[in-house]
Design a protein around this ligand. Structure first.
Ligand code: ZN
Ligand code: ZN
Ligand code: ZN
Length: 607
């Protein structure tokens, strides 16, 4: 009888550490209201919701869902009241030492919040995706049971709920359909705010690796959270790698709507005969021609051709990996020189590597076109492009290489140089503190906080280091972070310039030596030189000479040069060197140090 009630989820066994608990909970009998003013720490959490089509969550589903929830994970005990944290409309569980999860019922939504004890960025993706998978699985099973009207086992019946992603919008959560998650941003239509979606996409991260990369015996294939979604290029790439040319051809015949046989022939005509390229081209061709391309369509076509649908499970999982580097190293962004040798050892798998690293098919086509005959340059460009992605870390790169079965190239990656070391003002102790924090975002935040504390000069050196090492994008990110932090006024002038590097360096050099130049030079010979090299016109010369005093003439000349080309600057220096009096000035101008701060200060003046 007890087992019967358990089976029906009317009562449930509480999850306890080792032994089977004999304590039972009856969710529908719980009467306690949540009183700890139900505050969720948004900085440490990501959110998901199951939204029901009815006005409220159907009670039968709700109680069963709560029962499942607390039988999979361990209920938390309130530190204040020492009572189990289960209430009429909410429950808290512990996943591991670092992650907690909580459900709240609000109207027709079951809201799931997953928190890390430190920060949102530290949430481990496989923990989020596993929790999501388990909950979606449970709620699908419960709904099917509750709404079971037909014997149709094919599961084509509409489920009574949709999955949504919750995102902090102002002081509360707003929700959007999970099918829109492949976009990098989401604009809340109610509040007109733009949100980045990279941290919430953890709910749908690759699943954890399984023994021998096999599915369980009773694996039903991908669940609805995956089936409904739009396959990104990375998944198409994995599919192209896992399936044979013949298999891809067969599913393409089903997937492609217009003249599939003919399109297939055309794809195969392309000059590049690498089989991966043809397969990904076919899959991408289908995706770009389809309004709502989904995994469900791929699965359907595989079923019709008797191809194992668990290939789809396989591409949704992480690879077995044995990353022998310490964790703090793995979360750093590699520099260009760290990857230099790698380019010699990737070869024809460059296309596949680019896709697996998250570059889009279109980007890869452009890279191929840029270096038609030079595979090594293609590899280099792929790695450089990827390195500028916000999530580019050693870990991501190593995982990709493992998936491509390129473990043999790992020794060609170097680690010693990190970003912060290039700015010597940051001590190695500071660096350790920064690396201690898990995610790249966190590292950036810490770095910027540290730099802020050290003051302006540190900031300048740091930003220059970033710029020199080609981290323009990162510099922009940091700028964004520091603005969000509401940092001191000292940072204001630099911030403006970081995103706009369109003031050429030579203009800054002229500007910084302005006073020296206008006081020292004699315009006549210089203007003659510039006219003979087509930099100035006779009209310019007349304009300069129309100014009454020498210093005004010089200012007029400077004004023209500052609004002119770099060629003008070069000829100007040559003219200065023709006169022994101003040779030194020319050297001084040429070797003037230009910092990001100078560029930003200039930006306002010379658009
Ligand atoms: Zn499950
Ligand atoms: Zn909103
Ligand atoms: Zn499977």
């Amino acid at each position: 009888m007890v087992e019967m009630l358990v089976h029906l989820d009317i009562i449930c066994r509480q999850k306890v550490d080792e032994y089977e608990s004999e304590l039972f909970l009856v969710p529908c009998m719980i009467r306690t209201k949540r009183e700890d003013n139900s505050h969720i720490d948004f900085d440490r959490s990501i959110h998901l919701a199951y939204r029901f089509k009815e006005e409220v969550v159907p009670p039968a589903i709700l109680y069963r869902f709560i029962a499942t929830f607390i039988s999979i994970w361990k209920l938390r005990i309130s530190t204040k009241s020492s009572r189990l944290m289960i209430f009429t409309d909410s429950a808290d569980v512990t996943i591991d030492n670092e992650h907690d999860m909580r459900i709240d019922i609000q109207g027709n939504r079951i809201i799931v919040s997953l928190s890390h004890k430190e920060s949102q960025n530290s949430i481990v993706p496989t923990i989020a995706s596993t929790a999501q998978e388990c909950l979606t699985h449970a709620i699908t099973r419960i709904s099917n049971f509750y709404f079971s009207v037909s014997e149709d086992s094919d599961c084509t019946r509409d489920l009574p709920f949709t999955i949504q992603i919750g995102i902090v919008c102002g002081s509360d959560l707003c929700f959007f359909d999970h099918m829109l998650r492949s976009k990098e941003e989401w604009t809340c239509p109610d509040h007109n705010r733009i949100h980045k979606t990279n941290s919430v996409s953890r709910w749908f991260a690759d699943k954890s690796h399984t023994e021998g990369d096999r599915c369980l015996e009773d694996c039903p294939g991908l669940d609805m959270a995956w089936l409904d979604s739009n396959p990104d290029d990375r998944h198409l790439g994995r599919l192209a790698a896992e399936m044979t040319m013949e298999e891809i051809r067969k599913i393409y015949m089903h997937l492609k709507e217009k003249k599939p046989a003919r399109s297939w022939e055309i794809i195969n005509e392309s000059k590049n005969k690498e089989s991966f390229d043809i397969k990904i081209k076919a899959l991408h061709d289908w995706k770009k021609n389809t309004l709502y391309a989904s995994f469900k369509q791929i699965q359907q076509s595989m079923k019709e051709e008797d191809i194992d649908i668990h290939i789809l499970c396989q591409i949704s999982r992480e690879v077995q990996k044995d990353l022998d580097q310490p964790k703090e190293k793995l979360f750093i962004r590699p520099s260009g020189s760290n990857l230099q040798q790698l380019s010699d050892h990737i070869g024809y798998q460059t296309y596949q590597l680019g896709i697996e690293l998250g570059l889009k098919v279109v980007e890869m086509q452009q890279i191929e076109r840029n270096h038609v005959t030079n595979l090594r340059s293609q590899t280099e460009e792929v790695l450089n492009k990827w390195r500028r992605h916000p999530e580019a870390t050693y870990e991501v790169l190593l995982k990709a290489l493992y998936r491509l079965e390129l473990s043999s190239v790992l020794p060609y990656i170097t680690y010693e140089e990190g970003l912060a070391e290039q700015a010597e003002v940051i001590s190695s102790d500071d660096r350790r503190r920064i690396e201690h924090h898990a995610g790249q975002d966190d590292q950036n935040k810490n770095l910027i906080e540290l730099v802020n504390k050290r003051g302006e000069s540190t900031y300048n050196v740091f930003v220059d280091a970033l710029r020199i090492s080609g981290y323009k994008d990162l510099a922009d990110e940091l700028k964004y972070d520091s603005q969000e932090e509401g940092s001191g006024e000292a940072l204001e002038p630099q911030n403006k310039g970081l995103s706009e590097w369109n003031v050429p360096v030579y203009k800054v050099r002229l500007q910084k030596n302005y006073s020296n130049i206008v006081h020292c030079i004699n315009h006549e010979n210089i203007v003659d030189h510039l006219i003979s090299f087509d930099i100035l016109t006779i009209a310019d010369s007349q304009m300069i000479n129309a100014c009454p005093a020498q210093i005004q003439k010089n200012r007029k000349l400077m004004d023209i040069l500052l609004h002119g080309s770099e060629k003008g600057f070069i000829e100007f220096l040559k003219a200065l060197r023709e006169d022994s009096v101003t040779t030194e000035l020319a050297d001084e101008i040429e070797s003037t140090l230009v910092t990001s701060r100078d560029i930003s200060t200039m930006h306002g003046c010379y658009k």
